[in-house]
Design a protein around this ligand. Structure first.
Ligand SMILES: *[C@@H]1O[C@H](CO)[C@@H](O)[C@H](O)[C@H]1NC(C)=O
Ligand SMILES: *[C@@H]1O[C@H](CO)[C@@H](O)[C@H](O)[C@H]1NC(C)=O
Ligand SMILES: *[C@@H]1O[C@H](CO)[C@@H](O)[C@H](O)[C@H]1NC(C)=O
Length: 820
């Protein structure tokens, strides 16, 4: 996503939006949130979750006072940024910058020095890929008196074996402990939709020394794709009249957050963003656990809300001016909370589909009202406990519609292979290997790879990968840019983790023949079985790479699912890619009849092949750049035209694939495609159509390949008179079954870089249709949000739903869609 200022402004009648000044620490949502006089039951301080871990026999690391050492702290720090400032340091231990962690000393300046030193991308910098950093906190209590400014492209992480505490002192000045995007002036430092590649993990954010009446939040987090919050405890005042908040996020296009615990607070999570996936969050004793300023779609999985006044408030704006699009909530629970969900939707509320809700497998215990509407109770609860198998409100198509409904739905009949032993969907957080000793890691720099963006590192990387897999070690890709000129083979048994989003960069003629595509990384061979785990790195291409398939996944996993977490594609648009705004600038004023060969960046971003199965993917952003991250020479932020044939193509015959918080953007033929597969869980999926289409349209520059079931627009659009038929699909499903989508945002913002066709009130004619169901297929979609497409869903070429029947906050919404 990157649509500066254009996007969020027209959307949201009367709410907090990007571009409107919200001075740090001074925003308020008063008047929107009912207060109830009720005692709060905050868990006692001595029972912070996560402070104690099970002991294990695996770790041989020297124990420290508060828990085992963490390999990332003690491994040799050899990460580099070859295209960054000379002598640049990637890994920064805050204690090396003078932070004490003693709970007494003011560590603010030292931590901000660790963050900013070395010419990084901070105030006034638009974005950068050349100054990545890991800012590391050893165990301890770090007292701060002002915000920590989180720079672009930063991993903030604590020791997961003994979570460090960032503790605001009583005289704290500012709005947030960690400020992910400060308001230095009327606007955010970075447009929230351009804040990519950052993480915050393994911390306790504690505001309890600050007066309850102060407006303070743990983290200010307006962010976009490829960002995450993981394993954070928010310790907030639970006193009467508390104004404390855990997360304050007013805008952006994200993203993923998981394994968070919130104790206390007025609004534990105050959220506004286009879309998000949030999984495994626990809220204890907040006044309101979650309140949305606005959204388009939101996926909540395994959310547990205890002892709050209100669970999730989506009533912002009221019935006449709702600003919240939709939420999908499942495998979740509410306990001792009088109102679980507060909504403003009614038969006559506006916009028509705003406030749509889907609930599936939600348990309640002592919840008087499950859904409160503008005129009172919509779904009553009880003083006892029960389970809501399926319920929703909004528009439904089964597959005919629209039918307005508020009531029970038949829940998805879940494939057994997708479930954990407790009957919920299987979920697994990104492994941090926190109990392994340093000796369990094999550094690619130690193995002779340079990461200097110039040397051919193919052989060195392959040698480390093979040796580590045989020895049961985890490959550590030290920060750097590793050029490869032929395929890297990832055998069964591999575990690979990157530092600061290390980059694998394909280059050369080997990858540049679209008639003979080649994988950049190939996981297993056709027919091979076993287990692989990949996390925290980026796959990129350099120069023309018309035959590059960035990731090819062939492996069948028979017991535990394999996994991929925060492994992203970033194609073009960055220093070293040779496809920046200098080479591939957009040309909307020229009729494009032929693609510039130098701007053909990839064949396919990811291919999950027929023999593969059992793959869990979480927080994955497969991105063909729409703008130049490192060079902003133009007023429009350096938009560029790049051609990648295909996004994510899933052909697994056995299935059992989880797509938790994934997005695919700006490919020519499609973003997501499912071919003869089954048993796939998705939530939330998000797409964007290439900004240049229809100039050229999807007939250029790739020849459809029947072997991988490419759509053939020349054939399917023959005789179409609507004008925007030959445009890439957001989601294409062919001969596939038991696909379950828990939240989808399929967006087409532009026609030839002109966003008129997706503006609020427009006729959404950027493309005729964006979601195609073909052949013999079955699929359920909860909260389908589309933008810029006249038909929201097609079946075998016929439109099933027009945008005009499903007008929402900005996107158009169908709460409940099923093929049968
Ligand atoms: C740790 O080792 C001891 C002694 O060898 C053994 O009894 C115990 O079961 C092991 N614990 C785990 C968690 O493997
Ligand atoms: C959920 O998060 C907590 C930490 O907040 C963690 O202990 C637990 O293992 C997580 N559950 C799952 C299923 O990942
Ligand atoms: C709902 O979740 C519970 C665990 O909380 C699980 O036991 C049950 O099987 C789930 N039900 C469905 C329909 O998936």
């Amino acid at each position: 996503m990157h649509i500066r200022s254009l996007l969020t402004l027209p959307i949201l009648a009367g709410t907090l939006v990007q571009g409107i000044a919200i001075p740090a620490g001074h925003f308020t949502t008063d008047g929107m949130h009912a207060r109830h006089a009720k005692p709060h039951h905050l868990e006692s301080r001595s029972s912070f979750p996560l402070l104690s871990r099970k002991s294990t026999n695996v770790s041989t690391a020297a124990p420290v006072a508060d828990g085992p050492a963490y390999w990332l702290e003690s491994i040799a720090h050899q990460g580099v940024s070859p295209l960054g400032p000379s002598g640049y340091t990637v890994f920064r231990n805050v204690q090396d910058f003078g932070a004490t962690g003693d709970g007494i000393t003011d560590d603010t300046a030292a931590i901000n020095e660790a963050m900013s030193s070395g010419g990084r991308c901070g105030q006034g910098c638009f974005s950068s890929t050349t100054t990545p950093a890991v800012v590391y906190f050893p165990a301890g209590t770090y007292r701060i008196s002002a915000p920590i400014f989180d720079y672009y492209n930063t991993i903030i992480t604590g020791n997961p074996n003994a979570l460090p505490v960032l503790k605001a002192s009583s005289d704290f000045e500012g709005g947030y402990l960690i400020d992910g995007d400060p308001y230095f002036g009327p606007g955010l430092n970075w447009p929230a939709t351009t804040v990519f590649w950052r993480q915050v993990r393994n911390l306790i954010l504690d505001t309890t020394d600050v007066a309850a009446t102060s407006q303070i939040s743990g983290i200010h987090w307006p962010t976009a794709q490829a960002t995450s919050l993981q394993n954070i405890v928010f310790q907030l005042s639970a006193d009467e009249g508390t104004e404390h908040q855990g997360i304050f996020c007013e805008s952006g296009s994200a993203g993923f957050a998981g394994d968070l615990v919130f104790n206390g607070g007025k609004i534990a999570a105050a959220l506004g963003n286009q879309q998000f996936t949030m999984r495994n969050l626990t809220f204890n004793g907040a006044k309101t656990a979650i309140s949305h300023f606005w959204n388009w779609g939101w996926t909540y999985q395994d959310i547990n809300i205890n002892d709050c006044d209100v669970g999730i408030d989506i009533s912002t704006g009221g019935s006449d001016e709702q600003s919240v699009g939709s939420i999908t909530l499942f495998d979740s629970s509410f306990a001792n909370t009088p109102v679980a969900i507060k909504s403003a939707q009614s038969e006559s509320s506006t916009p028509h589909t705003a406030g749509s809700i889907i609930l599936e497998n939600v348990s309640i215990d002592n919840v008087a009202t499950v859904v409160e509407g503008p005129a009172g109770t919509v779904l009553a609860g009880s003083t006892g406990s029960s389970v809501i198998a399926g319920w929703g409100q909004g528009n439904q198509y089964i597959p005919d519609g629209p039918t307005r409904f508020a009531g029970d739905i038949t829940p998805v009949s879940r494939a057994a292979g997708l479930l954990a032993s407790d009957g919920k969907y299987y979920q697994r957080s990104k492994p941090q290997y926190e109990l392994l000793p340093v000796s369990a890691f094999a550094s690619v720099r130690d193995g002779g790879a340079t990461g200097d963006a110039t040397t051919d590192d193919t052989e060195a990387l392959q040698a480390v990968i093979d040796t580590a897999a045989a020895a049961g070690q985890v490959v550590f890709i030290d920060a750097g840019v590793y050029k490869v000129t032929s395929t890297l083979h990832i055998p069964a048994g591999s575990k690979i983790v990157g530092e600061a989003f290390a980059v694998i960069l394909s280059s050369g003629e080997f990858f540049n023949n679209q008639n003979e595509p080649k994988p950049v990384i190939q996981v297993g061979q056709a027919g091979s079985e076993g287990h692989v785990e990949l996390s925290d790195f980026i796959i990129s291409t350099q120069g023309p790479q018309a035959g590059a398939t960035l990731i090819e996944w062939n492996l069948a996993s028979t017991s535990d699912p394999s996994g991929m977490w925060e492994v992203h594609a970033r194609v073009g648009g960055f220093a070293g890619s040779h496809q920046t705004s200098n080479e591939c600038a957009k040309t909307p004023d020229t009729v494009v009849t032929e693609a510039d060969e130098n701007c053909i960046v990839a064949y396919m971003l990811m291919h999950i092949t027929p023999s593969s199965s059992n793959l869990y993917m979480e927080n994955i952003w497969l991105w063909v750049s729409d703008h130049d991250i490192d060079v902003q020479t133009e007023a429009d932020g350096g938009q560029i035209t790049l051609y990648s044939g295909r996004g994510l193509n899933i052909e697994s015959t056995k299935g059992n694939i989880w797509l938790s918080g994934t997005s695919v953007e700006h490919n020519v033929l499609y973003e997501y495609q499912f071919i003869s597969t089954h048993n796939v869980y998705m939530g939330q999926i998000q797409t964007e159509t290439a900004y240049y289409q229809s100039n050229p349209n999807a007939l250029i520059p790739f020849t459809p390949n029947p072997a991988i079931h490419d759509p053939d627009f020349a054939a399917s659009c023959e005789g179409s008179s609507q004008g925007h038929c030959e445009v890439g699909w957001g989601l294409r499903v062919v001969d596939s079954h038991d696909l379950s989508v828990y939240g989808a945002g399929l967006y087409s913002f532009f026609d030839n870089y002109d966003a008129t066709c997706s503006a609020y009130g427009s006729d959404h004619n950027c493309q005729n249709s964006i979601f195609s169901i073909e052949g013999d297929s079955s699929i359920t979609v909860y909260n389908l949000n589309t933008l810029g497409a006249q038909s929201m869903v097609n079946r075998n070429g016929e439109s099933l739903a027009s945008y005009s029947d499903n007008i929402g906050v900005f996107t158009n919404n169908i709460a409940y869609f099923k093929t049968e």
